[in-house]
Write a protein of this length. Structure first.
Length: 89
């Protein structure tokens, strides 16, 4: 899972790396509307994001319960680079 926010340039950096390398991912919104279906007031952090990254910051990448989450944009980019290199063999 790739936790992101459309307005965050740091998350966009990690997204570009994922797209560049063709690494498969599932995009998950890191911020969700606080009152869906009502007048917009603001956002709250996705509860799953807070489980993975106590700071609640995007980007955060999770490959499941058997792998530790990866966060901080440059670390995420390095991680994606490593995934892509491993896939090539």
């Amino acid at each position: 899972d790739f936790f992101t926010a459309w307005f965050c340039p740091y998350a966009q950096r990690a997204w570009i790396a994922l797209e560049h390398h063709g690494v498969p991912y599932r995009k998950v919104d890191g911020l969700v509307p606080d009152k869906p279906g009502e007048d917009f007031v603001g956002y709250i952090k996705n509860p799953k994001l807070l489980e993975l990254n106590p700071k609640g910051l995007v980007p955060t990448i999770s490959q499941g319960p058997d792998s530790p989450p990866v966060f901080e944009s440059l670390v995420c980019v390095e991680y994606v680079d490593e995934l892509a290199a491993a896939a090539v063999g």
